[in-house]
Design a protein around this ligand. Sequence first.
Ligand code: GLC
Ligand code: MG
Length: 549
Amino acid sequence: SAPSPSPPMVERPATVDDLPWWARGIIYQIYPRSFQDSDGDGVGDLPGILSRLDYLVELGVDAVWLSPIYPSPMADFGYDVSDYTDIHPMFGNMADFDCLLAAAHERGLKLILDFVPNHTSEEHPWFQEARSSRDNPKRDWYIWHDPAPDGGPPNNWLSEFGGSAWEWDEATGQYYYHAFLKQQPDLNWRNPEVVRAMHDVLRFWLDRGVDGFRVDVIWHLIVDDRFRDNPPNLDWRPGMHPHGRFKPIYTADRPEVHDVVAGIRRVIDEYGDRVLIGEIYLPIERLVAYYGTDLSGAHMPFNFQLIDAPWDARHIARLIEEYEAALPEGGWPNWVLGNHDKHRIASRIGRAQARVAAMLLLTLRGTPTMYYGDELGMTDVPIPPERVVDPLEKNVPGIGIGRDPARTPMQWSAGRNAGFSTAERTWLPLADNHAVFNVETESADPSSMLSLYRRLIALRRSEPALIAGSYVAVAAEDDALAYIRQLGDRRLLVVLDLGSRPYGLPLPNGFERGRILLSTHADRTGEPVDGEIVLRADEGVIIEPASGA
Ligand code: GLC
Ligand code: MG
């Protein structure tokens, strides 16, 4: 494909058409193991996803991001890749993939793949070669180190998944570094051959027509080349995640990582109109550095602030404003409420507030990313001990960081296995309440979470102010959070009650006489407001000024 420049990006676009697709649209994350099983093995697959594309079109999302679908021994459920340019047989084959991509494109949906560049599987041929001898040409593709003088690991670096980040390799008498499982050795991105090989992986999929990548743990790609010990974290206490014992200043967010990101971005830009999204858990001021100097980095460094934030109006108002203020000139914002690594939003803040969160996500300035099933109000599913499969929960048990509960099968119907699979037993158990919370049942109920999501998405799509408009803070007091989205003359007021008590708020200038466009409670559409808006507990509303205002 002919190189073409990245689409223009302007801070306050005049119209929605000035924005690239990924800034206009809504991204929907699918965890492929759990979306739809087509062959009855109890695990979701590509033909399953294909059969559900029309659901996504009807929901109104624009792009689908698939968690990894590549060959993998599944030590970390696909985030341990043993071949970057093929499909795991459990998910289907390359023909299934091409079919899915074509079908998505026919429907106007974009397809984003997960790129896992920080580490391979230990079963990847590159690592097999690397560990075969110290002088193997691929040895330096990974991060090896001699033992400390006492024979132990070279330094105090810890794995995110518990224990030392160093694994002893008996055969060659050195340790290798793994930020995650020992089955996930870290690649050495200081080696130009690794860079070339991984860039070619990107080109392989871009040539096939994918619309971009979500890049796994992009802030981890470089570690200190002097292997200095991480300093202790004085806030850490026993019972917290063991990885938090040290501050990871030498193992993540290193200054050199930005060159690596820019290199990946240049490959993306060879193709034009594709998107680069980075998975990054950092405070706002560090996060925005991943847009890169002169926007040479990720188009969208994932903004997870809402996942970690306490659900408090003042706190959230402040973080929105801090984020807006920290964005570089021309950098496009984005917001995420949930993903396959975190507790589901409806469990974190309750199902009633999850409706308010949906309104927040879909009315903020910036690309929203949704996690499959959140649109149904799916909650974390308690996993009986004998059915736990997440390696994180197995290695670091009992402190509530296990990820299985948020990865359970999508709930399509009240039928067997919620319509997800015909298998005797699905890879993770179904939620007990799937007879109530599922696509079929909720579609028929105008007050369901799914109906709310459909209305919110439809409104966002039809209101350029919600996509391209500026964000204007109005109020953050007690449980109320209010802001305006404004594009040209069009102004919309969003008022959210983040608590479980009713709340009255005087209407700001221009909205004194207005009309409710949409309420989380489904029953107030068209209701006129005058002077004040009184929200019921857990309610959010979107208000337009009375015509002419
Ligand atoms: C990312 C993924 C997570 C995975 C880890 C290691 O955080 O989202 O699921 O376990 O990277 O690849
Ligand atoms: Mg299957």
